[in-house]
Design a protein around this ligand. Structure first.
Ligand SMILES: [Zn+2]
Length: 455
């Protein structure tokens, strides 16, 4: 598969984690050398990437997404494993966890292995399928968690994402079951009765524009219940896309008590608010909904102080007919793989709240730890480590346009906005998947998959 992995690269004057400039040599799939300019041996024929003028490009461990919807099998009109992982590479990712709400559902060893193999064939990033907690996401019967864990896909993250595991007995059983193989249940916290017919955040804006509200307590009550269940059974819980100030407080309390819980926030919840619903543009319709400025401030604070462990994209591509319609009938969700790093830079780095080392922690190290893939991903930028790397130009400014993104769907909430930062290169085990800000097509890809690359 990785026929081109023997190519060597020398990255001139790059700044690991934003520190002082060094030269970094990639060869044979690993980081072969790091040192001051002129002090490292450069293999003959190595491709040179120079930083150019300015303070220099930032070198980070390859990004890892714990929450991606690749839509295949079943909704290949929205995204495929090929197009979604190609978009991931463009966004600086070297691994993604593919959510289970496909058709058929990723609730058996057979389906998770299918997605895993599609990821290997595409070759853009490592694809780690998430297993469903319940059969068909039906919320009634536990899926074959053990069989998925033992499969070739080696599933460690289980989630009914899109739906909440709302039955407390089932949730308890799932938490107990995954302990056997060091798995984690990733909960989409949404109390179903409190959110019947809900269209957006419940608050001032929903009252003014007349859309059914989705109260913060519908998220917080499930999180509160689940951290207590996790404590009770001594298991590991991960909370997907938390979005309210109250949720941050509950996680902070639970961690203070020693409960083994981790939490994620999406890029969009770090910056967008429910004010954007005023024009009824469904591109801003998402689950959980965009909240208030106070919530945005709370999730930023939670991310900065470590209460929230990771940023996960919740990349949720939809075809135009599912988004370009009335708000009430539009699908929930937004794309995110190609803008996540820029949003984190804008909201956390450029505001002085986080360093680039912190970015590596929340977008690479912690997600790989939660997903139990630390043998291959989220590794330090150090000699001998696998060359899974992202090279970023933090001084670039990009105008975002959904139609020119790599993902097969157009539903980016950042369309028409300018965001800082640009992924210049991405390396997967030393092979460039992105160079000069452009995905590198045709190096290792099967012909049948190349057809899927065109939109
Ligand atoms: Zn979700």
């Amino acid at each position: 598969m990785s026929t081109a992995s023997t190519t060597a690269y020398v990255l001139r004057g790059v700044r690991p984690y934003g520190t002082d400039p060094v030269d970094v040599v990639l060869a044979d799939g690993v980081i072969a050398a790091i040192g001051a300019a002129g002090t490292v041996d450069v293999p003959e024929g190595a491709t040179e990437l120079a930083a150019g003028d300015g303070p220099g490009l930032v070198l980070l461990p390859g990004l890892v997404d714990l929450h991606t919807h690749l839509r295949e099998p079943g909704r290949e009109d929205a995204e495929t494993v090929f197009s979604g992982t190609r978009a991931a590479a463009a966004g600086g990712f070297t691994a993604v966890h593919a959510m289970a709400n496909t058709t058929p559902t990723q609730d058996t060893a057979g389906v998770v292995e299918q997605v895993y193999r599609l990821g290997q064939e595409a070759g853009w990033v490592d694809v780690h399928p998430v297993g469903a907690v319940t059969v068909g996401l039906g919320g009634e019967k536990l899926a074959e968690l053990g069989a998925m864990a033992d499969s070739a896909a080696r599933v460690r993250v289980f989630s009914d994402d899109g739906k909440c595991v709302h039955d407390p007995v089932l949730m308890r059983r799932a938490l107990e079951y995954v302990k056997a193989f060091d798995g984690v249940v990733a909960q989409h916290a949404q109390e179903p009765r409190l959110t019947e017919g809900a269209q957006m955040n419940e608050g001032v804006v929903s009252a003014q524009i007349g859309l059914t509200g989705w109260p913060a307590v519908a998220e917080e009550s499930i999180i509160a219940r689940d951290v207590l269940l996790a404590e009770h059974v001594g298991s590991r819980l991960h909370v997907c896309h938390l979005s309210t100030a109250g949720s941050v407080e509950i996680i902070r309390w639970a961690k203070g008590r020693g409960i083994d819980v981790t939490a994620e926030v999406t890029p969009h919840h770090l910056v967008l608010t429910d004010d954007l619903a005023r024009d009824y543009d469904p591109v801003f319709k998402v689950n959980p909904p965009l909240r208030t400025a106070k919530d945005v401030e709370a999730v930023r604070e939670g991310l900065a102080d470590g209460t929230i462990d990771i940023v996960a994209t919740d990349h949720a591509p939809h075809p135009v007919e599912d988004k370009d319609c009335e708000w009430s009938s539009a699908a929930f969700g937004m794309t995110g793989l190609e803008t996540a790093l820029s949003v984190v830079q804008q909201t956390m780095v450029d505001t002085g709240r986080m360093t680039w080392a912190d970015v590596a922690r929340v977008l690479s190290e912690n997600p790989s730890r939660i997903g139990r893939i630390t043998q291959s991903q989220g590794r330090p930028v150090a000699v001998g480590e696998p060359a899974n790397l992202t090279l970023v130009d933090p001084d670039a400014i990009r105008a975002i346009d959904g139609r020119t993104q790599v993902t097969a769907s157009d539903n980016t909430p950042f369309a028409g906005m300018e965001l800082p930062g640009r992924v210049v290169a991405t390396f997967l085990r030393g092979r460039a998947t992105v160079l000069d800000g452009t995905v590198v097509d045709g190096t290792v890809i099967d012909d049948k998959n190349l057809e899927g690359a065109t939109r």
